[in-house]
Design a protein around this ligand. Sequence first.
Ligand code: ADP
Ligand code: MG
Length: 618
Amino acid sequence: MGIIQELPELVVNKIAAGEVIERPASIIKELVENSIDAQATRIEIQLEEGGRKLVRVTDDGVGMDESDVVMAFHPHATSKLRTSQDLFFITTMGFRGEALASIGSVARVRLVSRLRGAASAHEIEAAGGRLSEAKAAGAPEGTTLEVRDLFFNTPARQKFLRTPKTELGHVMDMVTRIALPHEQIHFIVTNDGKPILNAPPTPDRRGRLAAFFGQDIARDLLAVDGGEGPLRVEGFAAPPALSRSTSATQFLFLNRRYVRDRALSSAIRESYQGLLAPGRFPVLFLFLQIDPREVDVNVHPTKIEVRFRQGRQVYVTVLGALRGALAKADLAPPLRPTAPVPTSWDQVRQAVMGGGPAAGTRDRTDPTDRTDRTDPAEWELKNPPQAARLPFSGLGPPDHLEDARTIPRTMPPPSMDPFAAARPAAPFFQIHHSYIIEETPTGFRVTDQHALHERVLYEELLRRSEGAGVEAQRLLLPEVVQLNAREAAVASAILEPLRALGVQAEEFGERTLAVHALPRLVGSVDAGQLIHDLLAELSEEESREEAETTVERQRQRLARALACKAAVKAGDRLRPSEIEALLARRDALGSEAETCPHGRPTSLLFSLDEMERQFKRK
Ligand code: ADP
Ligand code: MG
């Protein structure tokens, strides 16, 4: 007898649910999209425990009659597709007819709906795949779906749910993605009875962005506009000064659906080329309108990936529109010049001696020099090296280290050292304003200045926060920072641990923080950007599974984010005394200093042995 059998329907649905229903945020996606397809003008989301205990979505859409209330939970039952041809012309958010069947198989669901114009409502319940009889109920026109006890019958999945705060963060990400391109719909969110978001309809998208990201950002955004006919690009790009440390504030919408797309991401990178420091991402909201026949949204169950028929043309149109927007804006030179790759002995010597750009000898047509917008000599004049700029400058090595430097000072024999005359006394120098080269007894070492400084600051922050506390420097005026909806949802929980690290901030009105003090170690940074970066880093981490929030872990995470933000960057010119202080701290740390807090190496060793082999001396 054969062993292959068809799976029972319930099992099929549970497997399908695994594809799309991961956490409360996925339920929000499915329910809210259904409300939008039902032409709702007002969608209210009520949560308990970040949605772990309850998600309730109420809309004022077209509603369902008694038979549809029953049909809605059947797998592959949809009112949105009729023929396979329709698959090539999708204008609704949903179409697979799987969501309610999936949700009904992994949670306890109650659906109440009243068709527009009908005399009464009907309700039905589904739990673990079993459907109750439909019965008459009292309710206004529209639909309410309640989803309780997610994964009550699949404990393995329940284990993957995170804390209510984390889940609420994911929910707010999802609400943001859905609500931004639907500015005509009123969105309301509450959690455990507390208001989280109230975004009434706005006449234009800028207004909607303000509701989610604050007036400040919305006001400064540059309008983007391009394309024609079946392909239009509209939206907003932030001026480079509003950059972020992750790409989480880049939103791409295709026919009002949030999508991710590699080609479009690379068009974005390309358009900001040379305007942003390495590792920074522009804030961006792009809304593409395209003939539905020109795109396949049925690539992935959550529809987040799409396939364009004319990918190349989409790329070119987006790039053109973004470049146009950025060109119109008045962008002050945003980046300091970086040293070009030396092309002559003269430049090598200059770099060795001064560490700075070899002014005067510089080849202005050097194609490798893309970021330069100012004459370096002029730039130097306007930006004299500032002693106070670097957090550890002026402080020097910690007192107990004054004599503890162990960097070997042996010089190689003169015959091997063509630059002996040009080299400063200490056997190290900086190249490309990014790396420090040091002699070692058996070769040389290349240190990534950012990675090492990050580790040094991280250890310092942790040590002090455990002990006397991190020294905070009060700002002259408190800096008021507007948070977006997802940031606001998680911010309150980190104010206390931040205080231990020297960041003093308090809640100040709706979705606003007032920052009063920053750690002295950090030097002068933009408080707003620091807060955004810290919150972004946290949510990145939280999506990784292992990261559960013990107080200790949270402190480490924040210290890591703070250190990353405060550390000197690639491209920062360091003075010899600063380099010396940095290396002294490395030596004091010992093997800890070998990696940055993210686990990347801080330095690479090159041996004479290997070099001699390469030069065919051996
Ligand atoms: P899909 O959205 O892919 O059609 P779903 O399982 O999400 O599949 O929903 C099944 C059907 O239930 C929908 O096609 C729609 O007819 C109906 N429905 C679901 N939610 C609502 C709602 N909020 N208002 C009106 N009808 C709804
Ligand atoms: Mg749906």
